[in-house]
Design a protein around this ligand. Structure first.
Ligand code: 3PG
Length: 529
């Protein structure tokens, strides 16, 4: 059998390269130093498997050159620059190495926090580069007794919280997707109110990057912060609006920011670099010897397993080639995953159980549907680390009960799928089907019957069924500059109605506040898929 070719696209630790070199069934091409255009046009066409980091985009150009590739291993966590849907269509498995760099990211966050309070890089440069000994210029503040707001209390955020406690900080966690005991068990306070975070002395963010978290801190949020607040971002560029951050750093509202990640990388001409109140690093979150060694070893072993077709550890997608599933099933799998993702965003609280129900011939694929539904639900809280392989395990680890049920086919639809999500705050049931035109539709939300395509950004507004509400909802959305692309209404038997409004753009807190102030208001939520 001819050797399988593994192309290493970015720099990885030598221990990973050694593993690849030592395998006599593998030919290693180390292309980390090659220009990216040459990598894509000349080297990727040779590859059976590729190993990448954030410097190599798995985009249209990459995928159209990837003639033989069966798997791409992201040697790290983030897959923002990987076209997972496009890869799936080509039958390429995307795998990542999710937890090996946790400690590296945690410790870098602490380093930025300490650098900010002691203006460390500026004092350092003043002595070392300018040769100036002016102790009176470098008075910092202490972490002790300062209030630290941690947005996202998962793998990384919770460890930052624990370390901050060792510095005697008063730590407050905001994460609607965890049980509060995850914070209180480590002596960290917990809040469900985002406003509580905004009044902390130091704020650090550790969420995945998704439609809900992009721009999570913008002008409005910064205006509510304390004068002299310190902001840290060692997670993903774009979670804080860079424009708002720049304004706050320039007008003195924000005392210091510690930034490891940028909207566009490499960020060598970024305006932050001209400011004297920002500590910056070039995306070093995973750059420790320990983390890079572990990541490279796992990436190499997983790439070899994939090249030999033995296993696909931490697969983030389940590439389904058209001919391997009955044609009608795939849109149902995608639909139930979207329904799962929507339900988690709408309920925004710790999940207790996921129940997937189905009727019609598609019910033969209930086990796969349960996996896709679980991935959809957990994407909201777990982000890049959830995949079709670990979904069941992660659900079990979080105490989430996953079950399925075949339902009698009496709905009038050939096939119907339904997900019932139970959280600490209540339950939601969303059902859908796929019409002949292959378009997915949501047909029921709780007791409401409707017909809406699950797509883009959606607002769900529940109200008492009184005249004029549709006009008021439409007016508020339009007055806030959002274009409505679809407006659907469902009614139940209790004199209540549900409007599902698809909009082009981001739903601001102002819109939600204005909708909440309508007399007929019962509740409002929004989601993006
Ligand atoms: C990650 O997503 O794993 C980190 O952001 C590190 O990215 P890198 O592998 O490109 O350093």
């Amino acid at each position: 059998m001819s050797k399988k070719i593994i192309v290493v696209c970015d720099h990885i630790h030598q221990d990973g390269l050694d593993i690849l070199e030592a395998d006599n069934k593998i030919e290693l091409i180390n292309a980390a130093d090659e220009p990216k255009d040459k990598l894509v046009s000349e080297i990727i066409p040779l590859a059976d498997v590729a190993i990448t980091r954030s410097s190599t985009d798995v985009d249209d150009a990459f995928l159209s050159s990837a003639k033989k590739i069966t798997a791409v291993v992201r040697a790290g966590v983030g897959v923002d620059n990987v076209d997972i849907a496009g890869s799936s269509k080509q039958g390429i498995v995307i795998m990542n190495v999710p937890t090996a760099n946790t400690i590296a990211a945690v410790e870098l966050t602490m380093a930025h926090m300490l650098s900010c309070v002691r203006t460390f890089p500026y004092a350092h440069n003043n002595l070392k580069i300018d040769r100036v000994w002016r102790r009176q210029d470098w008075y910092g503040t202490e972490l002790k007794d300062k209030k630290l707001g941690v947005i996202g209390f998962g793998n990384i955020g919770s460890r930052v919280g624990i370390r901050a406690k060792a510095f005697e900080m008063d730590v407050l966690a905001y994460d609607p997707y965890i049980d509060s005991s995850k914070a209180t068990d480590v002596d960290v306070k917990y809040t469900k109110n985002f406003e509580d975070i905004l009044v902390c002395d130091i704020i650090t963010i550790h969420t995945p990057k998704n439609s809900e978290t992009i721009g999570m801190i913008g002008k409005e949020e910064i205006s509510k912060m304390k004068d002299g607040v310190i902001l840290i971002n060692c997670a993903r560029g774009g979670l804080y609006s860079e424009e708002a951050l720049l304004e706050g750093l320039t007008n003195g509202k924000i005392a210091m920011a510690g930034i490891d990640v940028f909207d566009k990388e490499p960020a060598i001409d970024h305006p932050f670099l001209d400011l004297d109140n920002v500590t910056v690093t070039p995306h070093l979150g995973a750059n420790t010897k320990e983390s890079q060694k572990n990541i490279a070893i796992q990436a190499a072993e997983n790439a070899i397993a994939a090249a030999k077709g033995i296993a696909y550890p931490n697969a983030l997608n389940l590439p389904i080639k058209e001919n391997e599933l009955p044609d009608f099933v795939r849109p149902y799998l995608e639909l139930i995953q979207k329904i799962g993702h929507l339900s988690a965003q709408v309920t925004k609280s710790a999940v207790k159980s996921i129940k997937v129900m189905s009727s019609g011939p598609v019910a033969d694929h209930l086990a796969s549907m349960s996996t896709f539904a679980t991935v959809g639900v957990l994407t909201e809280s777990v982000g890049d680390q959830i995949n079709y392989v670990n979904a069941e395990f992660v659900a079990e680890e979080r105490g989430i009960k996953v079950s399925t049920e075949v339902k009698p086919n009496n709905s009038g639809f050939t096939n119907k799928v339904c997900l019932k999500l139970t959280t600490t705050e209540g339950t939601i049931s969303i059902a859908g089907t796929v019409f002949d035109d292959n378009v997915q539709r949501i047909i029921e939300i709780d007791d409401y019957t409707l017909d809406v395509e699950p797509k883009g950004t959606m607002i769900f507004f529940r109200n008492t069924d009184t005249p004029g509400v549709i006009g008021d909802v439409g007016r508020i959305i339009a007055e806030n500059g959002l274009n409505i692309s679809d407006f659907r209404l469902g009614r139940d038997t209790k004199q209540q109605a549900l409007a599902v409004v698809r909009v082009d753009g981001k739903v601001s807190k102002k819109i939600l506040d204005e909708l909440s102030s309508l007399d007929a208001f019962i509740n409002v939520s929004h989601a993006s898929i």
